[in-house]
Design a protein around this ligand. Structure first.
Ligand code: KG4
Ligand code: ZN
Length: 334
């Protein structure tokens, strides 16, 4: 079954063609990052206008790259939420128009579910039950999955998402936007010498990252980080980045491993934009007693192949949408 995936929930316009939820024929992404960098973050109105400009060319590229015509496709999967309303609307309306014009089935995909299904594009066998850590710009969720489409959210962030905390920490350290990759690059040159707290929230599987970020802000404001280059033995920006990254990852990895044990999971999945971080990938692989599945980097950050993969399993379960499909910016998992 060949599924066209469409993703426009935030600032990437993406289209992909995937066979049977596992084999990528094409995976095209038009990133808006250069445009939003000017503003230090995603500007929703700018994002939806850019989606309008990019969506048709990116679908054409995905179709051409996959060497398929409309009659070769079996269905269209589109992200319907969570995300920015104006951005989601572009993808959903284009998907509906194309499905109507070509008589194709349509299914609406939860963006977080999409991130999870990037794991099916790794070529690894995925075994249930499993525990999945979703770490993105908007979410940090620990999810227990008994089967396809069967999710129980065991823990989530009570304040900042992990990616959001990276973006804010990067701004505090003057490392710019997008913050995750900038912190990762800086951290490679640093030592974990800056004392930062960890919020364990004992007895709960939830996370909290705003305290780490605020502690970092206070240390910077108190002049305890050498912001203007190495000097007088103070921790450098690279040290601060390494310490911040370590504090966030220690909590994420420790809690994920504990939950996987507690729930008798057979595997641990690591997905979402922050899963592109090599230190996090390695730390979870090193510390998990269970096999860890992590998608390749381009499938961790937003893409449409994951949406098509998820769409395949939805079609298989008979979850087909009508042309009244609408966006749900606050859509929840489960
Ligand atoms: O999944 P994603 O592309 O979009 C959302 O659904 O939010 O995740 C984006 C987030 C951003 O906050 C970005 O800073 C973070 O993922 N991110 C990273 C890395 N690459 C992206 N965080 C840490 N290390 C990275 N290498
Ligand atoms: Zn995402």
């Amino acid at each position: 079954m060949k599924v066209l995936g469409i993703e426009t929930s935030c600032d990437e316009t993406a289209a992909a063609v995937v066979v049977d939820g596992t084999q990528i024929l094409s995976n095209e992404i038009a990133s808006q990052v250069e445009i939003h960098t000017r503003y230090g973050g995603v500007v929703p109105e700018v994002a939806s206008r850019q989606h309008l400009l990019a969506i048709i060319p990116i679908i054409e590229q995905a179709m051409t790259g996959a060497k398929v015509t409309w009659s070769d496709l079996d269905g269209i999967a589109v992200t319907m939420g969570p995300g920015l309303a104006g951005s989601l609307l572009v993808g959903v309306n284009v998907a509906k128009a194309v499905a109507f014009a070509h008589g194709l089935s349509l299914t609406g995909v939860n963006h977080l579910e999409g991130h999870i299904y990037a794991s099916w594009l790794t070529g690894r066998d995925i075994e249930f039950p499993l525990v999945c850590l979703i770490v993105s710009g908007g979410h940090s969720d620990l999810v227990f999955m008994r089967d396809h489409g069967d999710y129980t959210v065991l823990g989530r962030t009570r304040d900042d998402a992990a990616g959001e905390a990276f973006d804010k920490a990067s701004r505090i350290l003057g490392l710019g936007y997008p913050g995750g990759p900038a912190i990762e690059r800086a951290a490679c040159q640093g030592q974990t010498s800056l004392p930062l707290p960890r919020a364990w929230l004992k007895g709960s599987h939830d996370f909290s990252f705003s305290g780490i970020k605020t502690a970092l802000l206070h240390l910077v404001q108190e002049g305890k980080v050498a912001l203007n280059g190495p000097d007088s033995g103070l921790p450098t920006v690279a040290d601060a980045a390494a310490s911040f990254q370590e504090a966030v990852f220690e909590v994420l990895v420790t809690k994920t491993v504990a939950v996987a044990r507690e729930y008798g999971a057979k595997q641990v999945l690591l997905v979402g934009g922050v899963a592109a971080n090599r230190s996090l990938r390695q730390k979870l692989i090193d510390e998990s007693p269970l096999p860890v599945v992590v998608p390749e980097l381009v499938l961790c950050t937003d893409n449409a192949a994951m949406v098509a993969a998820c769409g395949y399993y939805r079609f298989r379960a008979g979850k087909v949408a009508g042309l009244d499909l609408d966006v749900t910016p606050g859509l929840k998992l489960a």
